[in-house]
Each structure stands twice: as structure tokens, then as C-alpha cells.
Design a protein around this ligand. Structure first.
Ligand SMILES: COC(=O)/C=C(\C)CC/C=C(\C)CC[C@H]1OC1(C)C
Length: 591
């Protein structure tokens, strides 16, 4: 059975497991009816109310405490659809926090057959804490899941807290936020300002500031961490004036605010087109207020399916609804373009850990390569589709576009104009470089230029360990074990247990040791602002970057070794290709 078959089986198993763990399906339970051990799982706080949690089994440890499905905002339904999130009033009675809530409703274009699942009523978060804790308040790690701003899960079946809880050293919070059109559609004015998903995250971070003490957490030692779109989000929180004071450290895994899928620049046109696809009459001419009214009344499945009509080919662009630069105002999440904020160094500096994997581009390339029909279709319109995929800036004229395509075809395809066995690595590198690596390098470059890195240091890791499981098997229905190397999201396999997607590693395996090492690397950063092994690295600074035109600052590599795995130091980077993209995109840097 491939991983997908496994995944279904595991989904059923984990659902069964969760059912047996739920002492009550009621949302309110009476305190007097609780057995003594369950009473210990009651958390009450001034602005919080009271929550009844549940024990969950650890991976290497016996058990920890989980408080699941805690509402942090009013359900964003009816009039509240496409509105900024409203804070949840104090909970009355004892809230049953022993059941995870469904994911935010999404059409998941990352799966080979995109499906709609989840719920529009989804603004809930989960808190996990060790059972036996030190008397001092624990550092808090708040995770922002990825999924291209259109998909993803904060729930324990995908973002399982077991590995982090095995350390007994941190409190973990995972939050759901609105996705796709519901999270990011915008009319570029007050009618539908947009950025709802990011504002949801921000409200969840405010919830942490107000309430985490009641769980034994330290609100002044909060690390936000996120992967892919979640990594982009963490960086955007560094840039948003309204996220000030909500966190003290940041980990951005495979995503920074300057990736091409971070910002939309034709939001109103896209909102009108979406309305048209939902059969809203006069969608191109209605006032934005009327457009908003009409879109709030559209059936949610119709709204999500309308997203298909925005695609130029297959599921591309994967991310149509994106964060937007809002007009300035008290509720704006972001009112200056990230590229300006980055260039000006105009944002909050905090200890920052950035992560990457070798084959980021696999998130799109694997399915095009493995699906024969799709690949043939892509190859039959190769130049046109490749150009579209690149998301060149809108102001590029014909000559500049042609020039850029020539450079790309030379560098990545040896002028073959086709995706095949011999060009697939070039295609992977192209999407990696354009989508992730050049933005990563430039985010680092801008940071060290404008921040005193002896005060607010910057670290990087690359997760290169090739193990028996890979997200490549999620991106396609073909069996591709190990074919694509370490792909986008593969570092997550060693940070979060994902019983819905992957079987468990044996508890004495090399993979279990990597889990312990990788988790410890993160936890150490959350505790101290320095990741484990930081003393083996020369600090990153402008001088170091400039002195290594063919590399990057020292960083840690998690990689295969003869006796299992090793954490080594490297300075290698795809700097040559970063420079190529700097030239194409007119983003010069002086060395
Ligand atoms: C878990 O994955 C994510 O969060 C992010 C996703 C699904 C977006 C992936 C982005 C692409 C495939 C496009 C890359 C884009 O940069 C170009 C313009 C190549």
C-alpha cells in the first residue's frame, strides 16, 4: 500500500483513537461530574473562562495535556464573512476543549485531486502543555501552518504536538485561520479590506498574550514559527506594525514575505471575477459595498469552486487569494509593500531562524512530472505556460520577457523546451530558486544590512536528511518514494507527528533520533533565542555575506551520515542562481 492508502487507514484509526479519548462530546460539562484526574485538566483564566482538556499519549513520553478547539474569535459567518475577526467574549460555564475542530474550509489544490473539506466556522486554536511542568512559566511556541494560504491544518492529525511535548519544555499553540477567498479576497477598500487570515493569526496571538499565563506559559517568551505560507506569515508579522509586542522570536521555514505568492496586486479585479463566477449579476459594475453584500450571500461551496475559474492552467496559480497591501487605517494589517519595508529595514528585529530544504520546487513539479496527461499538456504549451508560472512583474514588456525566458531556458532547461527525465531537476531548481531560494537569500541580505545582528542574530538551517517518508507522496498519486529527494514540507515530518498522512517511525529508529535532534534545535531557540549548536557558527553579518559571493553565512545542515544522521555546518548556497534572478527581477545588490 502506498502512503495514500496508509493515510486513509490512519485517518480512520486516528479518528477512532480520538473518539476513545473523548470523555464527553458535549461542549459544556458540569464540574461536579468530573472524576479527580479530569479535574486536574481544568484551566480557568480571568478573560478566558474555564476549559476542560484531555490527555493525549506522547510519542516517546507517556502523556501530555491538550486543550482543543478553543474559540478565539466569533464564528466568521453571515455578516462576519469577509470581515475583520471579532474577539471572542469570555467563555461561560466549562468549555469542553477535548475535541479538535474541523479545519477552515478549503479547496486543497496541493492534492492530485483537489477536494473541498472543512468548515467556515473555524476560528479555533489548540493549546498543548506537558503534564509535569517546572514551576517557572514555560516558553510558548505558536505554530502557523502552511498550505499556500488556501489549505492546511492546525489539527492534531496533521500538526501533531507529540514530538514537541516529549521535551516537556514548551507550551505549543496551533491556530486555524481563514483560507482562500474567505481569508484573502479583497476589494482593496473598506468594503472587503482583505488579509483576514493574517488578522485571524494576529487575534490568536493576542489571545496568547492575554491567556497563556493561565496555562503556565510565559507571554514574554513567545516564538512564532510557520512553514511555507506559514513562514511567509511569520515574516509578515515582523513587518506588520499591528503585530508589535505579540512575539519575541521568529522561525520562518521555507517561506519569507518576499516570495512571489505573498502579495496580490489585482485584488479588486479578482474579487469581481470571483463574483462573476458565482453568478453575481453585474459583478463588474457593482459598487464594492454591493459586491461585498452579494459575496456574503454566496453558498460557500460555490465560492470555493469559483476559485477554479481563476486558474490559467490546471491548478496554477496555486495561490490566487493572497495577502494584500491595504490602505492605511487603524485596522490595516499591512499598508506598505513588503519589498519596500524589507529594503528600508523598516520592521521589527527579533532573533530569527530561517529554514529551507533542497527541493522546495517539488511542491508543484512532482505532480506535473508524474501525471502523464498533465505533463504532455504542459509540454504542448511549454513556453507560454512556463512564462506564466514565473509570475514576472506586470510592468515587464515583451523584450524583457523574451530576454528573461532565454536566460531561464539556458540555465535550467539547456534550451530543451520540455519537461522530461533529463530536465526535471532543472525544472525543480527553477521553481525552488524563483519561489523560495532567491527570496530567502534576499530576506537575509536585507536583514543583516539594517539590523544589528549582534543584538538580534539571524540563523539558518537546511534540512537535507532523506528518510523513508516524504511529502512527495502527498503531491502525486504515483509511487515516488525517494525519487525527488528532500522536498518542500519534508522537515515538518520531523517536527510534527502527522498520523493522518504518515505512519509512525519506530521509537528506536534513526528517524526518531532526528526528531529528537530537530525538535531540540527549535526548542532551544524558543528558550534562548539561539538554536542548538549555534556556537559552531560564525555569526551572520553584512561583512560575512559580502565576503562570500559564492555562498552564504554559516548554517546548520541536518543530513544523512554513515551512522544515521549528522548536524554539520555549511556555507553553500545557490548564489549564482540568486544573482540570475536578481538580474531578471531588477533587484540588484552590491557585493
Ligand atoms: C505548503 O505549501 C505552501 O504553503 C505553499 C504553496 C502551496 C505555494 C507553492 C507555490 C508555488 C508552487 C509557486 C511558486 C511560485 O514561485 C513561483 C512563481 C515559481
Amino acid at each position: 500500500m502506498n502512503h495514500r492508502g496508509n493515510a486513509l487507514l490512519l485517518l480512520l484509526l486516528s479518528m477512532l483513537m480520538m473518539l476513545t479519548m473523548m470523555p464527553s462530546m458535549l461542549s459544556l460539562v458540569s464540574a461536579t461530574a468530573l472524576a479527580p484526574s479530569e479535574k486536574a485538566l481544568l484551566v480557568c483564566g480571568g478573560s478566558l473562562g474555564c476549559l476542560k482538556g484531555v490527555y493525549m499519549p506522547g510519542y516517546q513520553s507517556k502523556r501530555f495535556e491538550a486543550f482543543l478547539g478553543i474559540p478565539y474569535a466569533l464564528p466568521p459567518l453571515g455578516e462576519l464573512r469577509f470581515s475583520n475577526p471579532k474577539v471572542m467574549p469570555k467563555l461561560q460555564g466549562i468549555y469542553n476543549a477535548s475535541v479538535a475542530k474541523p479545519d477552515c474550509i478549503q479547496k486543497n489544490y496541493l492534492m492530485p485531486t483537489p477536494l473541498i473539506y472543512g468548515d467556515e466556522d473555524c476560528l479555533y486554536l489548540n493549546v498543548y502543555r506537558p503534564e509535569r511542568r517546572l514551576p517557572q512559566a514555560l516558553p510558548v511556541m505558536v505554530y502557523i501552518h502552511g498550505g499556500g494560504f488556501f489549505s492546511g491544518s492546525a489539527g492534531p492529525a496533521v500538526t501533531g504536538p507529540e514530538y514537541l511535548m516529549d521535551t516537556r519544555e514548551v507550551i505549543l499553540v496551533t491556530m486555524a485561520y481563514r483560507l482562500g477567498a474567505l481569508g484573502f479576497l479583497s476589494t482593496e477598500d473598506a468594503a472587503i479590506p482583505g488579509n483576514f487570515g493574517l488578522k485571524d493569526q494576529q487575534l490568536a496571538l493576542r489571545w496568547v498574550q492575554r491567556n497563556i499565563k493561565a496555562f503556565g506559559g510565559d507571554p514574554r517568551r513567545v516564538t512564532i514559527f510557520g512553514q511555507s505560507a506559514g513562514g511567509v506569515s511569520t515574516h509578515l508579522h515582523m513587518l506588520s506594525p499591528k503585530s508589535e509586542g505579540l512575539f519575541q522570536r521568529v522561525i520562518s521555514m521555507s517561506g519569507t514575505a518576499n516570495v512571489p505568492f505573498a502579495i496580490v496586486d489585482n485584488a479588486l479585479a479578482q474579487a469581481r471575477r470571483t463574483a462573476e463566477l458565482c453568478d453575481v449579476r453585474d459583478a463588474q459594475r457593482l459598487s464594492t459595498v454591493k459586491l461585498a453584500r452579494a459575496l456574503r450571500a454566496v453558498d460557500v461551496n460555490t465560492l470555493l469552486n469559483a476559485g477554479d475559474g481563476l486558474k490559467f492552467w490546471d491548478v496554477d496559480h496555486m495561490t490566487n487569494f493572497r495577502p494584500v497591501v491595504e490602505s492605511p487605517g487603524p485596522d490595516a494589517f499591512l499598508s506598505t509593500h513588503p519589498k519596500h519595508l524589507l529594503a528600508e529595514g523598516n520592521y521589527r528585529a527579533v532573533p530569527w531562524l530561517l529554514g529551507t530544504v533542497p527541493q522546495e520546487g517539488a511542491v508543484r513539479v512532482v505532480n506535473i512530472m508524474e501525471n502523464v496527461t498533465l505533463r504532455q499538456d504542459f509540454n504542448s504549451r511549454f513556453d507560454e505556460l512556463l512564462q506564466e508560472l514565473m509570475e514576472f512583474p506586470a510592468h515587464f514588456g515583451t523584450a524583457k520577457l523574451e530576454q528573461s525566458m532565454e536566460l531561464i531556458l539556458d540555465e535550467y532547461f539547456q534550451q530543451q523546451h520540455e519537461v522530461n527525465e533529463s530536465t526535471v531537476q532543472g525544472f525543480l531548481d527553477l521553481i525552488s530558486d524563483r519561489g523560495f531560494k532567491q527570496p530567502l537569500y534576499n530576506a537575509i541580505w536585507h536583514y543583516v544590512q539594517s539590523v544589528d545582528t549582534s543584538e538580534q542574530p539571524l540563523y539558518m538551517y537546511s534540512f537535507n536528511y532523506l528518510g523513508p517518508l516524504s511529502y512527495a507522496s502527498i503531491y502525486t498519486s504515483a509511487n515516488v518514494t525517494n525519487k525527488y529527494g528532500v522536498v518542500h514540507c519534508d522537515d515538518l515530518i520531523y517536527l510534527f507527528r502527522s498520523p493522518m498522512l504518515f505512519p509512525d517511525f519506530a521509537r528506536n529508529s534513526t528517524e526518531a533520533k532526528i526528531i529528537a535532534s530537530f525538535v531540540d534545535y527549535f526548542v532551544q531557540f524558543a528558550k534562548t533565542g539561539k538554536p542548538r549548536h549555534a556556537e559552531t557558527l560564525a555569526p551572520c553579518s553584512t561583512e560575512v555575506l559580502k565576503s562570500r559571493p559564492n555562498g552564504i553565512c554559516d548554517y546548520q545542515v541536518f543530513e544523512n551520515a554513515e551512522d544515521g544522521f549528522a548536524v554539520n555546518v555549511s556555507q553553500e548556497f545557490r548564489t549564482r542562481n540568486v544573482k540570475l534572478w536578481d538580474i531578471i527581477l531588477d533587484e540588484p545588490k552590491c557585493f
